[in-house]
Design a protein around this ligand. Structure first.
Ligand code: GLU
Length: 517
């Protein structure tokens, strides 16, 4: 079962925060690598210095650390194919660019940006290819000797890939099958620029996949149009025999409407499109992240795993190791996967409920601290246990909806009264109108007297005194008592609440309500 020559890579460009689609790509590579007992490489493709964003690389590394997706080789890890940051591999690329030039598979081009712009303005649909290259300033038209002299004289240039027109280029894609594109539609892509001494994405990507012995290229659908060019590059280098197999994953689509998922969809509908919160170093803009929104990493992983693949049965909840077993690249869908963020809530709830109250307590303590409330993990765990099965209302563009508690942060609006005593009572409130009448204050006074005598103020201790008293006097004090302690018609069992508050606070809240209402 183990074909341990399997080597896959995740190769992001550090141009900003990692998009959630990129996380899905990395996850599928990870599952594939682990399933085959192969290696998973982390490479940084930073040859486009104009798009470099400081902090992006650290952000990407931190994202995978949080998600628990680990690499075997790469930036920050090491390995025998390093360096794994492309900007540190300049000398390597120069050798391979030279190889293509020597073989006549690439050529020098001296056209200035102004010349190219002018040409594009003259000719609609201008493309630098077989139909135009002989009318441009390059080593094909000027002759190789003059071109070499110009290069030696320091004239800026690029190296372009020479694409022969009229050939059907086949890409054998694991997910899509045979994808065929005629080479005539491709342009002579720039492979290298003297301006910064760096290759472009295409050249660096192919050279590195080859040198890093990558066997499978699993990446987003947006790279499918580049793949015929990549096939031609492999051939030009003479590496066709060891060319990796391609698998282009389906796009992530908007939750509603048409087109691919964008950050704007997240902003509009209220869900993050980035794994971690991102602080844009230039604009200062802050974009929300799954981690800071209170998603659990295992929920995010499970949710993403099923966007574009499913195990073929009805199982939705899967541990990472189950996914590793069941994952099947060939069964990934060709069609885009709708980003059903509400399903994300559901996954988070499922994983939240799998954690014990004690495990959830630190996050709740942290959240309470942000509200100015200091409490212990023990007390936080009690509140969680009493309230985690409640339902909350949330806003959607079609009006309010109800859902189960899916985040620790859902608890705060529901649990405020555990920590903050009610100070005002809304007399218009339906529950208060119905449950606080002329006899309520007196009834509460009587209950207060009983409670004041309870020595053991635990749930059992209170119950042992109050249950018989209620029975003997034929009273139903519960809802009025709730008004006193909660201030409205929600919350847990009254004995549990009173025990949590303790005798002093319980009596204090009752006195206040009796005096106020
Ligand atoms: N650097 C590319 C990216 O940012 C990598 C594409 C590939 O996997 O070939 O996604």
């Amino acid at each position: 079962m183990t074909t341990s020559n399997v080597r896959v890579r995740f190769a992001p460009s550090p141009t900003g925060p990692l998009h959630i689609g990129g996380v899905r790509t990395a996850l599928y590579n990870y599952l594939f690598a682990r399933q085959h007992g192969g290696q998973f490489i982390f490479r940084i493709e930073d040859t486009d210095s104009t798009r470099f964003v400081p902090g992006a690389e650290d952000y990407i590394i931190e994202s995978f650390r949080w998600l628990g997706i680990n690499f075997d080789e790469g930036v920050g890890i090491g390995g025998d194919c390093g360096p794994y940051r492309q900007s540190e591999r300049r000398d390597i690329y120069i050798r391979y660019v030279q190889q293509l030039l020597d073989a006549g598979a690439a050529y020098y081009a001296f056209d200035t940006p102004e010349e190219l712009t002018a040409r594009r303005e003259q000719e609609a649909n201008f493309q630098y290819d077989a139909s135009t290259r002989m009318s441009m300033r390059n080593s094909l038209t000027l002759g190789i000797d003059q071109a070499r002299r110009m290069v030696a004289d320091g004239v800026p240039y690029v190296v372009r890939f020479l694409i022969q027109p009229g050939e059907d280029v086949h890409v054998d894609d694991i997910i899509r099958g045979d994808v065929c594109i005629n080479s005539s539609v491709l342009d002579d892509k720039v492979l290298w620029k003297s301006a910064d001494g760096l290759p472009t994405y295409h050249l660096a990507n192919i050279v590195d996949d080859h040198l890093m012995r990558v066997t499978h290229v699993i990446r987003g659908e947006e790279w499918l149009p580049s793949s015929p060019l990549h096939v031609l590059l492999y051939r030009a280098f003479g590496w066709a025999d060891t060319m990796p197999r391609f698998a282009h994953l389906p796009l992530l689509l908007k939750p509603d409407g048409k087109g691919k998922l964008s950050k704007r969809d997240g902003d509009r509908l209220g869900f993050p499109v980035f794994p971690l919160e991102w602080h844009d170093p230039k604009s200062g803009e802050v974009s929300s992240g799954y981690r800071e929104k209170g998603y659990l990493p295992e929920a995010v992983i499970n949710f993403l795993a099923l966007l574009g693949w499913n195990p073929g049965d009805d199982q939705e909840l899967m541990s990472l190791s189950e996914m590793v077993q069941k994952f099947d690249l060939a069964k990934c869908s060709k069609n885009g996967a709708r980003f059903d963020y509400v399903k994300g809530f559901w996954f988070n709830r499922e994983y939240l409920m799998r954690r014990s109250d004690n495990e959830l307590a630190p996050a709740f303590v942290h959240l309470l601290a942000e509200q100015g409330i200091t409490t212990t993990e023990e007390r936080a765990a009690v509140v969680i246990s009493l309230m985690k099965s409640k339902v909350i209302e949330y806003e959607t563009k079609d009006g309010p909806r109800k859902r189960n508690i899916s985040f620790i942060s859902d608890l705060w609006p529901l649990c405020r009264f555990f920590f903050v005593a009610p100070t005002t009572f809304n007399r218009e409130d339906k529950f208060i109108r119905k449950n606080w009448n002329e006899t309520s204050a007196e009834e509460m006074r009587l209950l207060r007297t009983q409670l004041a005598d309870v020595d053991d103020f635990s749930v059992e201790g209170i119950k042992a005194v109050i249950d018989p008293w209620v029975e003997a006097n034929g009273l139903k004090p519960w809802n009025a008592w709730r008004v006193c302690l909660v201030g409205e018609g929600q919350g847990p069992d009254m004995y549990a609440l009173a025990a949590f508050l303790g005798k002093e606070e319980t009596l204090r809240r009752m006195d206040y309500a009796i005096a106020t209402l």
